[in-house]
Write a protein that binds this ligand. Structure first.
Ligand SMILES: NC(=O)c1ccc[n+]([C@@H]2O[C@H](COP(=O)([O-])OP(=O)(O)OC[C@H]3O[C@@H](n4cnc5c(N)ncnc54)[C@H](O)[C@@H]3O)[C@@H](O)[C@H]2O)c1
Length: 301
């Protein structure tokens, strides 16, 4: 299958590109930034694309005629206009161009950020059907993307599927929620870590595992649902520090406060039964992923 990965140079995108290629698909990675996929030969084409330019997006889709599109381009920028252009206008450019180019399936990344904090839902797993409670520019943009996807589905009969991704972990993660990653990376590199709250909560998925989810979603012609929670492993930073110390007993991880973090954490309990039952996905225990990350960092030391 020919698949577009928009945002293919990003933290998740580059893994999605490689996984699709490993499974034998023809991939076009499109991004405003560059990524080197030359080791994958002609199976992956890299193309410069500014998602905010509708002309560029429609031209790319008309030229390559992908069967599926995965849009992972996004901006966490605080300045309102550049963020709106990529996150809101850019997502719409993707949907509209896919409509005009007759793309069979579009998959886009939403986020657990749409749910804001855990408090409005109580101490129970948040469902895809629970009303969103966005609290930041980023999460409001994600809610709008979900709304726009619904409009395109209902008014144009398109197939568009969203994944509300949780906190993604990988040693190369540089932006977004990085405290849980730093806890691992600093410890493996024998650096100190100081975090605000021991009980700050995270719902974590390893980057390779989320890439797999995006690929499974995109390759399914007719997913049963239009929106999926990725779910993940719920851990406080204190619990994560305990896991890190199983591998690195001397890890220097400290916290300013033992309590108070839960109240300032985003949502951290998520129901991902839709994804698990339909796609048979089971994430390996996160402890195993922590061990892998530490081992890879120690090898590179
Ligand atoms: N990383 C996480 O923890 C996490 C969690 C939940 C949801 N998500 C979502 O997953 C998606 C991918 O996240 P990521 O962590 O890989 O982000 P990332 O910032 O690493 O990748 C985003 C990519 O978008 C590209 N981009 C930005 N502006 C562009 C433009 N105008 N035209 C084309 N490309 C442009 C960037 O160059 C970058 O390669 C995003 O939608 C993000 O909101 C990520």
């Amino acid at each position: 299958m020919k698949v577009f990965v928009i945002g293919g140079a990003g933290f998740i995108g580059r893994r999605v590109v490689r996984l699709l290629a490993a499974e034998g698909h023809e991939v076009v990675s499109l991004d405003i930034a560059t990524a080197d996929f030359s080791d994958l030969g002609c199976q992956v084409q890299s193309q410069h694309l500014d998602l905010t330019s509708f002309e560029d997006v429609i031209a790319a889709m008309a030229t390559h005629k992908p069967q599926a599109v995965i849009n992972l381009s996004y901006m966490r920028e605080n300045l309102p206009r550049p963020a709106m252009k990529v996150n809101v206008l850019g997502m719409d450019n993707c949907f509209e161009a896919a409509r005009l180019a007759d793309v069979a399936h579009v998959v886009y990344s939403s986020s657990i950020a749409v749910n804001g904090s855990q408090a409005p839902y109580g101490k129970r797993p948040i469902l895809e059907t629970d009303p969103p409670c966005p609290a930041k520019q980023y999460s409001v943009h994600k809610v709008f993307n979900e709304w726009q996807a619904k409009e395109y589905r209902e008014k144009h009969g398109m197939r568009i599927t969203g994944l509300r991704a949780a906190h993604i972990a990988g040693t190369d993660k540089l932006i977004g929620s990085v405290d849980h990653v730093q806890c691992i990376v600093n410890s493996a590199l024998e650096r100190k870590s100081l975090f605000d709250y021991r009980d700050r909560m995270r719902c974590i998925v390893y980057a390779d595992d989320i890439a797999e989810v995006f690929v499974r979603l995109a390759l399914k012609p007719k997913p049963e649902h239009t929106l999926y929670n990725s779910g993940g492993e719920t851990l406080s930073l204190g619990q994560l520090a305990g896991i890190v110390r199983k591998f690195l007993p001397e890890a220097d991880i400290a916290f300013e406060h033992d309590t108070g973090g839960e109240a300032v954490s985003g949502g951290y309990l998520f129901d991902n039964q839709r994804l698990m039952s339909e796609f048979g996905i089971q994430y390996p225990p996160y402890e195993q992923r922590v061990g892998q990350m530490i081992a890879s960092l120690r090898r590179g030391k």
